[in-house]
Design a protein around this ligand. Structure first.
Ligand code: UT7
Length: 311
């Protein structure tokens, strides 16, 4: 038995903020944002909705879709850089709100790579037979650390949560290969300084183009697969130009890349599971499809995996 995804869930705040709305607040334009990033609109959570509320909603959805109960969970992992508070962890808050057993629960700080880190951590416990069901949530309320005076970052981010339940799946399905990495020397290019996100966009862009492409190619090779075997690529939804570069590096056609950046912006740790949740909901992903997921983020961190869909 190998670890695979049993169910996916999501929560997106109701409030839509379009590029045209941002034009009214700062010196930017829909044209600049669309052509440089691929973003058209993003969701912004209201004051009352905190990170833990979004995580709870997405987790409930994923547990339901996995066909299990919260009491069946053996571990809870939450990837976030925008927790309600530094501690207690979002994972512990979820354990209580979900009514899960007194199981292992912790947060993961790997920025936009957080959900890949979470899924690969979950896989170790499932493959070893120690745990059966692990919940991994990617959640961000980035709007609370966004400097709305800084157009170079404010136009990029959105709020959302998405979750997956991992568990044992049949032979040949589930996570086949993976890679995780970090390079702290690049941490200065993307970090939180006081209350706000700070970023050297060009440096992060260069790193992302190189690393996403390389990691995606690595995991496909590690799995002993060819580019023709890939049905879908789900890259971290940070910038359409970065996403396109990784697709081209993999050498797969446009229709095989799953995109949701236009409607959500960059939602950091939730972006990959959120794109997956939409694709599953739309019926795009079929049994035995081969999916490549690849992310990069603050740290700097990166992670990639290949997964054969189905239980
Ligand atoms: O999850 C990981 C998070 N981070 C990322 O993924 C970010 C990676 N980097 C990027 O996506 C891109 O670097 C950005 C989208 C952030 C910026 O795109 P760029 O093509 O690298 O633009 P740039 O920083 O080179 O700026 C070009 C121009 C500058 O003006 P000048 O110096 O040429 O006159 C900027 O001041 O665009 C200006 N600019 C803007 N103009 C209108 C920067 N932000 C904006 C804006 N609206 N929002």
């Amino acid at each position: 038995m190998s670890a695979g995804i049993l169910g996916v869930g999501k929560f997106i705040p109701e409030r839509v903020v379009t590029n045209f709305d941002l034009e009214k607040k700062m010196d930017t334009s829909d044209e600049w944002i669309r052509t440089r990033t691929g973003i058209q609109e993003r969701r912004i959570a209201d004051e009352k909705t905190n990170t833990s509320d979004m995580a709870f909603a997405a987790a409930k959805d994923a547990i339901k879709n996995a066909g299990i109960r919260a009491t069946d969970l053996d571990m809870i992992l939450v990837a976030t850089v925008t927790p309600d508070q530094p501690f207690p962890s979002m994972a512990c808050m979820l354990q209580d709100r979900l009514g899960a057993g007194h199981v292992a629960a912790m947060d993961i700080s790997a920025a936009c790579s957080g959900c890949i880190y979470g899924m690969i951590t979950a896989k170790q416990f499932i493959d070893s037979g120690v745990y059966k069901h692990v919940l991994v949530v990617g959640v961000e309320k980035l709007s609370k650390i966004t400097n709305w005076e800084d157009r170079t970052t404010a136009v990029l981010f959105g709020d959302a949560a998405a979750a997956v339940v991992l568990g044992p799946v049949s032979e040949g399905r589930g996570i086949i290969s993976w890679e995780l990495g970090s390079d702290g020397s690049g941490g200065k290019n993307l970090y939180q300084d006081g209350p706000f996100i700070k970023m050297n966009g060009r440096e992060v862009f260069k790193f992302a183009v190189r690393q996403m492409g390389e990691s995606a190619v690595h995991v496909v090779e590690k799995a002993g697969l060819k580019k023709e075997d890939i049905d879908f690529l789900i890259p971290h939804q940070a910038n359409i130009r970065i996403m396109e570069a990784s697709r081209e590096r993999l050498g797969i056609p446009e229709e095989k890349m799953i995109k949701s950046i236009h409607k959500y912006g960059n939602t950091s740790s939730s972006s990959i599971p959120l794109a997956l949740a939409d694709a599953v909901e739309e019926g795009r992903i079929k049994e035995d499809d081969l999916i490549v997921m690849v992310g990069f983020g603050g740290g700097l961190t990166w992670g990639a995996l290949t997964l054969r869909w189905g239980r």
